[in-house]
Write a protein that binds this ligand. Structure first.
Ligand code: SF4
Length: 490
């Protein structure tokens, strides 16, 4: 390591990689489990990860927009990319980033500045694919009884949560900060976390896995709202049934009234819906939100129907009621008193219900880590920090998180989001300030780096990394440690 590690009394050494400034005894680790005192030397415990990009991105690729003439090979030569994972931190950030590595890509001298940033105000955005009602918007989300975030919006069959951020990490009690940090870390590293929403559901969230709501594993993400479902499948119902109601907490659809039904010439059926009519065949608020049919609180879909209009409805009228995932369905025929009587689903309608299910995608939890590299971290990259921000905004500097692509928000600072499932495993760490530690890399042409006021005297060639450093190559999901001769203190 290049870190300054002043000797201390009784062989302890001081870690200066974060504000905690641990004194670490020989053979022991610091408070974050990331650094240790190994025979009097401060060492980063995890190997530094480099990526074999071509393989990591799926293997055999034929470039579509090759930056140079095609060399006749089906598989393009792999590029090595230095991530910040395991690289270590510099604190305070006026010191150059731990590794500033030069390499040549397609004949251009590039530099990648890597550091494990300490993100004191970071958070995660979670998208949970479920129709089930998780809790009222703005209500607190708790982990281990502590408030760690809140419910934001429901959008397109997914429920959004926002966890972390400055107020939970630093603005509450010590325990709130610690639990929030732990929750964010587990989510970012792909572990399952149990969350309880005030006046709502208990939900187990794990990136890339189906959510578990109140101990029930979700399977399908809705095909669309009730109105969209009518649009998608109206033709398949035509001639096989007289009326279809797609029950949905957002927009419940009614075939005969819907524009799709009108275009197919489906006649009126005399159906009367409860709820608030939006436009023809589209109803809001047919029931309360819940964990029943289509994200409503109902288990009997007939409760959303008012009596049929006797002037229009006829005995024997065939009615299909189905949810937006096809998981709930019922088939009814009107009796002489125009009351729906449940019957077995005819085989020719079973196929259309199965088609709804088939068109649903698997329900997943998506976890986006959100951090801001707009603060002092930039000073570890350049002597003129605003230049880095401007360079990122002009797309001259490419930002990645553990080698994964990020979305950089417009506006001030370098606020980015990354899908944690695209980051190599266990890439995130923490320090007990509390804050998360996340890898971040800035890649740009060497000439631009010099013009930015970059720390040119700290630029080292890629080949120098192999000397004396623990390195791990990441190929797909497999991490291969290529040099790790030293024992790891525990
Ligand atoms: S918490 Fe970790 S990074 Fe911070 S000083 Fe202690 S050992 Fe170093």
């Amino acid at each position: 390591m290049n870190m300054v590690t002043p000797p201390a009394k009784d062989d302890k050494i001081r870690c200066d990689a974060c504000p905690v400034m641990c004194y670490i005894k020989p053979g022991m680790m610091g408070a974050c489990d990331r650094y240790a005192n190994h025979d009097g030397e401060l060492v980063r415990l995890d190997p530094h990860v480099i990526l074999d990009r071509t393989v990591e991105q799926g293997g055999k690729l034929v470039p579509f927009h090759a930056s140079s003439d095609w060399d006749g090979k089906l598989v393009h030569g792999s590029e090595t990319f230095v991530t910040a994972i395991g690289a270590g931190t510099t604190y305070p950030d006026y010191k150059p980033a731990p590794f500033i590595v030069s390499s040549t890509v397609d004949g251009v001298d590039m530099v990648t500045v890597v550091t494990e940033g300490i993100f004191s105000y970071c958070g995660v955005k979670i998208k949970i694919d479920t129709d089930r009602f998780l809790g009222p918007e703005r209500n607190l989300v708790r982990a281990d009884g502590e408030p760690v975030g809140h419910v934001t919006t429901g959008e397109y069959g997914s429920q959004m949560l926002t966890l972390g951020g400055v107020h939970h990490l630093t603005g509450g009690s010590k325990k709130e900060g610690r639990v929030t940090c732990e929750t964010l870390l587990d989510l970012a590293n792909g572990k399952a976390v149990e969350l309880q929403i005030d006046d709502g559901a208990k939900v187990v969230v794990q990136a890339g896995k189906a959510p578990i709501v109140n101990d029930v594993q979700e399977h399908l993400m809705r095909v669309g709202c009730g109105s969209a479902t009518i649009g998608m499948f109206a033709k398949q119902w035509h001639g096989k049934v007289d009326e279809v109601v797609v029950v949905d907490d957002h927009i419940t659809g009614v075939l005969s009234e819907h524009q799709a039904g009108k275009m197919l010439g489906i006649p009126e059926t005399g159906i009367k819906m409860k709820g608030r009519r939006s436009t023809p065949g589209r109803y809001f608020q047919v029931a309360e939100p819940g964990t029943g049919w289509g994200g409503t609180n109902i288990s009997d879909p007939l409760t959303i129907l008012a009596p049929f209009d006797a002037k229009v409805a006829k005995p024997g009228l065939r009615l299909l009621m189905v949810s937006t995932t096809g998981e709930h369905y019922g088939y009814y025929e009107l009796d002489e008193a125009l009351r729906p009587v449940e019957k077995d689903l005819p085989p020719n309608l079973r196929q259309s219900v199965e088609r709804i299910q088939e068109n649903c995608e698997p329900a997943l939890c998506t976890v986006l880590f959100m951090g801001g590299a707009g603060g002092s971290l930039r000073a570890g990259v350049t002597e003129n920090p605003v230049g880095l921000t401007q360079s990122v905004k002009k797309a001259l500097t490419h930002v990645t998180c553990g080698g994964a692509p990020v979305y950089v928000w417009p506006g001030g600072g370098i606020t980015f989001m990354v899908d944690v499932t695209r980051v190599p495993e266990n890439a995130f760490g923490y320090v007990p300030t509390p804050a998360l530690v996340a890898p971040i890399e800035f890649t740009l042409p060497l000439a631009d780096y010099a013009a930015l006021g970059g720390h040119m005297d700290h630029v080292r060639p890629l080949s120098s990394l192999a000397d004396g450093n623990k390195l791990a190559h990441q190929r797909g999901n497999v991490r291969v440690t290529t040099q790790n001769a030293e024992s790891t203190p525990k």
